[in-house]
Design a protein around this ligand. Structure first.
Ligand code: ATP
Ligand code: MG
Length: 240
């Protein structure tokens, strides 16, 4: 079973003369444990693709299947519990970090675990471990307003990964980070892919990151034009 499957996925914003087709007929499958990078110029449709797969942007046409469950087929399927699926299957790292301002770094990560029914002490030990792996052991009790941009981004990454989601979607996760912290994020993502068989889809311009990926998709003007295998062999076929 695939972790992510999309078929002829299309997203059109607006109607009539001002309509913009942000993603056109995208088709691909991603296996559990695969790390896939998405590259493409600004405005090419990368965020639209990610948010459609992340169940926060309703597709106009086409299918989205997450961990075997069809969630969209020409729009959301009726009766689908999007919130629950998002909480249980997905980890989303946004460009803007969206931390809760009145909770500390530690509490921002713990809350994601407690929502999924971990006890307070289990949540605390997992959150502490994750924040430590992201070089934030000395910032556990700081509020978001007292963190640098890169630190806040790493707290948001810890929160997205806390529940070991089966599907991890990240939009430029390392853009605000220095080389060392960017590498730590990549190491954590690889660890989740390997140990938890999470499928990981990352939009990035960061060439330091791309090396570690299994596949690379190129998005251009709403179309996925090619896929390059990291081993160097260029596949470069039309994906759909
Ligand atoms: N909510 C929206 N309403 C209307 N048009 C939108 C909306 N969101 C995105 N678009 C348009 O859809 C196209 C794709 O946008 P998208 O944000 O997916 O691009 P992107 O590849 O993520 O760009 P960037 O690298 O700058 O983040 C662009 O032409 C954009 O202007
Ligand atoms: Mg974007």
């Amino acid at each position: 079973m695939y972790a992510i499957e999309i078929e002829k996925l299309t997203k059109v914003y607006g109607k009539g003369e001002t309509a913009v087709t942000a993603i056109a007929d995208a088709t691909f499958q991603i296996k559990p444990g695969e790390l896939v990078a998405i590259l493409g110029p600004s405005g090419s449709g990368k965020t639209t693709l990610l948010t459609a797969i992340g169940l926060i942007n309703e597709p106009t046409h086409g299918k989205v299947v997450i961990d075997g469950a069809t969630v969209a087929d020409g729009g959301w399927l009726p009766g689908i519990d999007l919130k629950r699926l998002r909480r249980e299957k997905l980890g989303f790292i946004f460009q803007a970090h969206n931390l809760i301002p009145f909770l500390t770094a530690l509490e921002n990560v713990m809350i994601a675990l407690e929502i999924n029914h971990l006890s307070r002490s289990e949540a605390k030990s997992r959150a502490t471990e994750l924040l430590g792996a992201l070089n934030l052991g000395h910032r556990l009790n700081n509020f978001p307003s007292a963190l640098s941009g890169g630190e806040a981004q790493r707290v948001a990454i810890a929160r997205a990964l806390a529940n070991k989601p089966k599907v991890i979607l990240a939009d430029e996760p390392t853009a605000a980070l220095d080389t060392e912290n960017g590498k730590n994020v990549m190491i954590l993502l690889k660890k989740l892919a390997l140990e938890n068989h999470s499928a990981i889809l990352v939009v990035t311009h960061d060439h330091r990151m791309v090396e570690g990926f299994d596949r690379i998709f190129h998005v251009d003007d709403g179309r996925i034009t090619g896929e390059k295998n990291n081993s160097g062999g260029s596949v470069n076929h039309e994906l759909g």
